[in-house]
Design a protein around this ligand. Structure first.
Ligand SMILES: [Zn+2]
Length: 296
């Protein structure tokens, strides 16, 4: 009996020690998705899901918050929630000019008012997908919270789940990075351990190839378009821990385009010529990736 009481006490203590990062949230079950079609051989006609990171989110506590800090001209030089969206608009235009069919996890148009009272384009994917009336298992999924906030975790998962639902060939998340003031350049991340059992065994290799291609082509395109920026080489990293790509059934990557905490990078994020350079790098990567998705 004493042993049982001790065991219950230990279990209670462990449950109290669990980090808010690890809390489980209620919601709708994640749907079973059909595996995507085989990758097309060309960007012309390929279906690309763009995922501009973050956006205004209604948190569990009922407040509407941007996920990243406002630009202050001292330590933050671009509001990432908005600049990711502007980047996605430019990438969409360039990819469409190359014949791709481009979808987005967030509203890209300027005309609609969102449920927050702000323009819909400023809002996170979860709210856009709710407005589109997609399956609740996509925007209201059960699963882990992000920093203890269930709505934020659902917003993260919604992005890859929507790409699965729409059966796109590729998923690209667009973000900017934060770090010490001197840190500059681009970083490309990919999921090396997909979360869904329906993911093909080839997927991590394909995503790694996509990420390496982006890390080569983006600095090259920026140096061509904006040589005065002296753009550094980009790094690539794989991890099992990225929700925005981990739930994807198609090759995917997260592009941290630049550091919004650096004065040069952050200013560039506000310039269309810089966004066009990134978009050109994405287009060039997708063209060569789809021709040979396993040679990288
Ligand atoms: Zn971000």
């Amino acid at each position: 009996m004493l042993g049982l009481i001790a065991l219950v006490a230990v279990l209670w203590l462990v449950s109290r020690l669990r980090s808010p990062l690890e809390s489980e949230c209620a919601g709708s079950p994640i749907p079973d998705f059909t595996a995507p079609r085989p990758l097309p051989k060309s960007l012309r006609g390929a279906r690309v899901m763009l995922n501009p990171g973050h956006g205004l989110t209604l948190s569990d506590d009922g407040t509407w918050d941007f996920q990243r800090p406002q630009a202050d001209g001292r330590g933050v030089f671009a509001l990432e929630d908005d600049s990711n969206l502007r980047m996605a608009r430019t990438v969409k235009r360039v990819l469409e000019a190359a014949g791709a069919v481009v979808l987005s996890t967030r509203e890209l148009g300027t005309g609609k008012l969102g449920v927050s009272g702000q323009p819909a384009w400023r809002e996170a994917a979860r709210h856009h997908l709710t407005a589109l009336e997609v399956d609740a298992g996509i925007w209201d999924s059960s699963g882990w919270s992000l920093r203890g906030d269930c709505a934020q975790g659902q917003d993260i998962r919604a992005r890859a789940l929507y790409a699965n639902q729409m059966q796109t060939d590729v998923l690209l998340s667009l973000h900017s990075n934060a770090g010490r003031a001197g840190a500059r350049g681009s970083l490309v991340l990919y999921a090396d351990h997909p979360f869904l059992s329906a993911a093909s065994s080839e997927l991590p290799t394909q995503s790694a190839c996509l990420a390496r291609g982006l890390a080569r082509a983006i600095p090259k395109a920026i140096r061509l378009e904006r040589p005065e920026l002296n753009w550094p080489d980009a790094a690539v990293a794989g991890s099992g821990n990225y929700g925005e790509t981990g739930y994807a059934l198609m090759p995917s990557a997260i592009v941290e385009t630049a550091f919004h905490t650096n004065a040069i990078d952050g200013k560039a994020l506000g310039q269309e010529s810089f966004r066009v350079a990134i978009a050109n790098g994405v287009r060039d990567t997708l063209q060569s990736f789809l021709e040979s998705p396993r040679s990288c």
